[in-house]
Design a protein around this ligand. Structure first.
Ligand code: FRU
Length: 507
């Protein structure tokens, strides 16, 4: 668990006023227009992502009572297009008895098509949620299941919980899927302090047998959380599949989510790289605890992360999700690596939510004073292609405050061969000094660099070169800081640019 959440937990204990809802100062200027946030109160990890009957279901770590971490329950929302969300009642609430408080920590949900669990009624397959029950009084985490017979709106706890109990303090975040080849349910779950992912198998979601362990490997300085493994297509060839194992790494510093590429045979994961190699999913300081919709249409695997919001208070909500990422694997000069682009479901729906037609530019030289663009309300989406010519750096100044030096700079540094986000000009109060400048190594060919910049009031997500590198971060600009311009240090041109104004509050 990261420090910010621990701090919140500490406050609850000290004040002893778990239910006292404090009224905060409303911060509509930071409420995202096209990213998911709960209507009210706290969220952290996405949970139980499942595509059902034409809808993306999102469950999420939620405190239904307060704008800070605590009372962990599963909030619920659904969407047809991954932009607009319908908010639904809490699906799995915390359970409080005289002796025990059970918090519903992170996990996954599956449609049990063949009713292997026997929880189905009237021939209708049940949904089964598999999650960690955190019991603070017992200092214990074990794996529980709950089932839904109403399409995922509400869940009943299984009477014989826990289904896996190692009597451990930190053992969490089960992610379950049906593995057709070995005809079993497979779970990845985190042995947090051992830096291991444990694999379990089951025929009925109730009885689980240990299959294997993976780790320690890669980055081991922080606890391991939220593991999940996904089969991904390599270089667009559906006959070539490799498995990617994601592990979130609690803590403010170091990589936030690492991944391993390899093979999975239904029992064991074999890393194709040396176990010391660290591959980063995102190079920013926010994208965390991500899991995927593994059953989306068009065989898309869509990763969704929580964008950790660090030190700044927002009200009446706290916490938001990332833009959903479509995943694939690509052979590059750095080896076989993850590629991530904003999901095609999002990009398809985008024009529907944009104000008017996108602003377009083609073959425009960027002068020494830059090129002004409309940054209306800090909710927009830019797809840009630069011809970098002899410039040292190209990119955008976003959230500029007129008459001041306040801004965030996003771009490509040709000398350092890096995609970068520089928040030094406006986020000193919100970020630790190490996180003010965030960079990702990225090479370009023929002087062409492609950048997507998604600004959504308090989030900034940057995708370089068709999804080779991603930097996600949170920013908290002043209300009036809505300036936007393209810049070049030297001679450069915009080959192509499209800018969608998304300053509409999507419901
Ligand atoms: C990750 C995490 C998970 C845990 C949940 C609790 O952010 O710490 O490991 O299940 O959050 O809210």
């Amino acid at each position: 668990m990261n420090k910010v959440k621990l701090l919140c937990l500490g406050l609850i204990t000290i004040t002893g006023s778990a239910f006292a809802q404090e009224k905060g100062v409303p911060t509509p200027q930071w409420r995202p227009a096209y990213h998911f946030t709960p209507q009210n109160n706290w969220t952290n990890d996405p949970n139980g992502l499942i595509f059902l009957n034409g809808e993306f279901n999102l469950y999420y770590q939620h405190n239904p009572f307060e704008n800070k971490w605590g009372h962990m329950s599963w909030g619920h929302a659904t969407s047809k297009d991954l932009i607009s969300w319908k908010h639904l009642p809490v699906a799995i609430p915390e359970v409080i008895t005289k002796d025990t408080t059970t918090w519903i920590y992170s996990g996954s949900a599956v449609l049990d098509k063949n009713n292997t669990s026997g929880f189905g009624v009237n021939g209708k397959p049940p949904l089964v949620a598999i999650f960690t029950a955190d019991q603070p009084k017992q200092k214990k985490e074990s794996q529980f299941i709950a089932y839904s017979n109403d399409g995922g709106l509400s869940y009943k706890q299984y009477a014989k919980n826990p289904v896996i109990d190692l009597n451990m303090h930190d053992f969490r975040d089960p992610n379950v899927f049906w593995h057709e080849e070995s005809k079993q349910w497979v779970m990845t779950v985190s042995m947090v302090d051992e830096h291991m992912v444990r694999f379990y198998g089951s025929k009925n979601l109730k009885d689980w047998t240990k299959l294997s362990d993976f780790g320690p490997a890669g980055f081991t300085k922080n606890g391991w959380e939220c593991p999940s493994i996904l089969p991904l297509v390599v270089d667009g060839n559906p006959a070539n599949i490799k498995w990617v194992l994601f592990v979130s790494l609690g803590g403010e510093h170091g990589p936030l989510i690492q991944y391993f590429v390899g093979d999975f045979d239904g029992t064991t994961f074999k890393n194709i790289n040396d176990n010391s190699k660290i591959l980063k999913t995102d190079y920013g300081d926010a994208f965390y605890a991500a899991i995927a919709w593994r059953d989306a249409p068009q065989n898309k695997k869509i990763l969704l992360g929580w964008l950790q919001n660090g030190r700044q208070e927002t009200y009446p909500w706290k916490g938001q999700m990332s833009i959903p990422h479509d995943l694939s694997l690509k052979t590059t000069s750095e080896g076989l690596v993850l590629n991530q682009l904003p999901s095609v479901f999002v990009t398809k729906a985008l024009p529907k939510y944009a104000k008017g037609k996108p602003v377009e530019k083609k073959n425009v030289t960027i002068g020494s004073s830059g090129l002004k663009l409309p940054g209306d309300g800090n909710a927009y989406w830019i797809d840009a292609e630069f011809d970098i010519k002899n410039a040292k750096r190209v990119g955008f100044n976003v959230v500029e405050k007129a008459g001041t030096d306040k801004k965030v700079v996003v771009g490509y540094d040709a000398e350092k061969q890096q995609l970068f986000v520089d928040c030094t000009g406006s986020e000193k109060n919100n970020k630790s000094p190490e996180n003010l400048v965030q960079t990702a190594p990225m090479s370009i060919t023929g002087g062409i660099v492609k950048i997507k910049v998604l600004v959504d009031r308090s989030s900034l997500e940057v995708f370089g070169n068709d999804g080779e590198k991603v930097i996600s971060t949170m920013i908290y600009p002043d209300k009036e800081a809505t300036g936007l311009s393209a810049f070049a240090d030297g001679e450069a041109a915009i080959k192509n640019l499209k800018l969608w104004n998304l300053n509409n509050d999507v419901k």
